[in-house]
Design a protein around this ligand. Structure first.
Ligand code: HEC
Ligand code: HEC
Ligand code: HEC
Ligand code: HEC
Ligand code: HEC
Ligand code: HEC
Length: 492
């Protein structure tokens, strides 16, 4: 029978021994895998799960087994009349001393290894690999768009969690629910945008961007190709007035005028995506308050109701809501590919056909890619120029359409601009008016100055003082009175 009083005596049972054996295996495996992880790059994301989640899980599990066995033995010994007592540590005794030294060294080693492992586990669950690749299918759209975006060099957590413990804990708790919903297929397709839970832009975007340095204007060129047989091109060159961030750098005029620190703009949105904005309040630097109310009967709300609704203070996300997950509309991607020459614009009706194929109702990506190739080959059977076009259109599809997750541009309206989404015209529609009759401007020159425009790709007409917009198709005054997205959707 076991000698009472010795901890090691309590270990002599098959449960604890199994625990010790499994634990030793897991620790050895863990150390070997960590060395491999440190030495090699680009390992599969599942490798990270194995090393930093499964192996530690196993070690904790084994430790529990050891403990369980010890408790079990202690109970059994008690029942048999033994009175276990705490071990006596007599460091004067050489045997105890050397044993103590061995335990201390092993224990210290264990603490160091687990500290490194915990640190690495923390980093792993914060990494782009973990966020973007582990739930491959679910996060594929966001991850793909992220890789093509100007933020590909940042990490998911820099926008979605940010620095500090409070949001870290919040994120890990909601993360647990997300793991559950993925395992049981309970998530929404497409994933619902977390607008309400996003951390304020002040604490994320401003960690890297310094908008008080925004001033002046940037030059943008837009080249469009028509849906006619000739794919007729039309070009617009404009200066976008991106200034406004800081009175110290010239006039506080321009797009970044709305921002915190300069002016306070608050608004009420009556839908979750913040597309319908009937009420806006501005507090300028001198403290003067102006309220703008929509005159549009379909969206306007009474003052009594407005007083009860939550108001949101405008920040970066109210315009840059898709700074990194940009799913481009087919017209936009095709215009870009044709302008760059990746799709030969001399092939008759190629724009119209490509756009039609991109927006088809497909169940899987594979079906879409097959259909695109088959249809294009059958429409242009003897045209040698078509092979690279097929590749390009397929690549546009894979980068912007995710049928398995029901993701495409129209699911996530981008608030920058106003052509295919309400965007700036949610407020700047000319119908938001103050008590004194002041309107939030829809004047085309408020935000940009058109330097040149017209058919073709080379533009002779050039004006540095700005031209009046000419709509490429004769639609009368409709572009002045209505919203552009009433006709333009981004696809044919
Ligand atoms: C530059 C900041 C930024 C980075 C980096 C970033 N996101 Fe986002 N993400 C956002 C914003 C902002 C939204 C909300 C979009 C909206 O309101 O329309 C969002 C939304 C999402 C959504 C909700 C679905 C959707 O598309 O609206 C998911 C899922 C997501 N991000 C995952 C990721 C993953 C995974 C990564 C890393 C691979 C990542 N994000 C990196 C800013 C970022
Ligand atoms: C980790 C640092 C980091 C964070 C956080 C971050 N950005 Fe960026 N952002 C960058 C970098 C780097 C670039 C690329 C700059 C370049 O290439 O000129 C960039 C570019 C941009 C651009 C210009 C895009 C273009 O097409 O030229 C916008 C707009 C932008 N970020 C908005 C945001 C918004 C909105 C947020 C918050 C949701 C945000 N960023 C958070 C680092 C960051
Ligand atoms: C939530 C409502 C709202 C949205 C959305 C909005 N704005 Fe504004 N904007 C305002 C208000 C209010 C003013 C001030 C109107 C006034 O008093 O003249 C303003 C003024 C401006 C000005 C003039 C600033 C100056 O120099 O005086 C510019 C430029 C501008 N906005 C650009 C934009 C752009 C570009 C977008 C879309 C990316 C946009 N705004 C989206 C509410 C909004
Ligand atoms: C009223 C809408 C609006 C708000 C609010 C806003 N921006 Fe912008 N921002 C724009 C527009 C419009 C552009 C130019 C359009 C483009 O490049 O697509 C722009 C351009 C930028 C650029 C690129 C500048 C360049 O030199 O090309 C960055 C970076 C940026 N914004 C960051 C931010 C950050 C960070 C915030 C929050 C502090 C913010 N913006 C708030 C509308 C806005
Ligand atoms: C409140 C600011 C604002 C006003 C007012 C405004 N625009 Fe714009 N417009 C923008 C911004 C911002 C973009 C750039 C969008 C982007 O970067 O994708 C843009 C882009 C455009 C483009 C290129 C669009 C594209 O996506 O292909 C055209 C054309 C245009 N504007 C015409 C007009 C005309 C015509 C008017 C007057 C009826 C007008 N805009 C009024 C802010 C404005
Ligand atoms: C009444 C409907 C209608 C409205 C409103 C409208 N457009 Fe258009 N627009 C058209 C049609 C139709 C075409 C020709 C489409 C084609 O050739 O594929 C067109 C073509 C264009 C083009 C040429 C490239 C392209 O996308 O095919 C631009 C740029 C454009 N519109 C900008 C605008 C802007 C900016 C506004 C808002 C200020 C606007 N449009 C409002 C109907 C409209």
């Amino acid at each position: 029978m076991n000698e009472p009083g010795r901890i090691s005596g309590l270990l002599k049972n098959w449960v604890s021994l199994t625990g010790i054996f499994l634990g030793a295996c897991a620790i050895t495996t863990g150390i070997v895998l960590m060395v491999i992880d440190a030495a090699q790059e680009n390992l599969s994301p599942y490798f990270g799960i194995l090393v930093y989640l499964l192996v530690p899980g196993f070690i904790v599990g084994s430790a529990m087994l050891v403990l369980l066995g010890m408790l079990w033995t202690r109970r059994r010994m008690r029942r048999q009349g033994y009175v276990p007592r705490l071990p006596v540590i007599d460091l004067g005794d050489r045997r105890t001393l050397s044993r103590f030294a061995i335990y201390a060294v092993l224990g210290g080693l264990f603490v160091v290894v687990s500290a490194v492992a915990t640190y690495r586990t923390y980093h792993f669950t914060e990494s782009v690999t973990f966020c973007g690749k582990v739930c491959h299918q679910v996060m594929k759209p966001e991850f793909t768009a992220f890789q093509q975006s100007p933020h590909a060099g940042s990490s998911c957590t820099e926008c979605h969690i940010g620095p500090g413990a409070q949001w870290f804990v919040k994120a890990k708790i909601s993360g647990l629910y997300q793991v559950y919903s993925v395992l049981f297929g309970k998530y929404h397709r497409p994933i619902v945008t977390p607008v309400d839970n996003l951390r304020p832009a002040k604490e994320t975007c401003l960690a890297c961007h310094w908008p008080t340095k925004f001033f002046g204007a940037v030059l943008r060129t837009w080249t469009y190709f028509g849906s006619d047989e000739k794919n007729s091109p039309w070009t617009i060159k404009m200066l976008l007035n991106i200034g406004g961030g800081n009175p110290a750098h010239g006039m506080i005029r321009g797009i970044h005028w709305h921002m915190e620190g300069v002016n306070t703009v608050e608004y009420i949105a009556t839908d979750r995506r913040r597309l319908t904005i009937p009420w806006v309040r501005v507090t300028d630097q001198s403290g003067k308050v102006t309220v703008y109310r929509s005159e549009d009967k379909q969206i306007r709300i009474a003052d009594a109701k407005a007083a009860t609704l939550p108001k949101r203070r405008m920040d970066c996300i109210d315009c840059h809501n898709r700074p990194t997950h940009q799913y481009r509309a087919p017209n936009e991607s095709l215009d870009m590919a044709m302008a760059m020459g990746r799709i030969d614009s001399a092939i008759p009706s190629i724009k119209a056909l490509s756009a039609k194929l991109l927006v088809g109702a497909y169940k899987t990506e594979a079906e879409a890619l097959d259909t695109i190739a088959r249809e294009m080959r059958s429409k242009y059977p003897d045209d040698a120029r078509i092979a690279p076009v097929i590749k390009e259109v397929q690549s546009i599809y894979s980068g912007n359409f995710f049928p398995e997750m029901k993701v495409r541009w129209s699911e996530y309206p981008n608030h920058i601009g106003h052509k295919i989404t309400p965007g700036c015209f949610r407020c700047h529609d000319g119908e938001h008016v103050s008590d004194s009759g002041r309107r939030i401007s829809k004047d085309c020159k408020t935000c940009h100055t058109i330097l040149a425009q017209g058919p073709g790709r080379e533009l002779p007409e050039f004006s540095s003082s700005g031209l009046e917009f000419k709509h490429p198709e004769d639609i009368g005054d409709d572009w002045k009175t209505g919203r552009c997205d009433a006709c333009h959707t981004g696809s044919p």
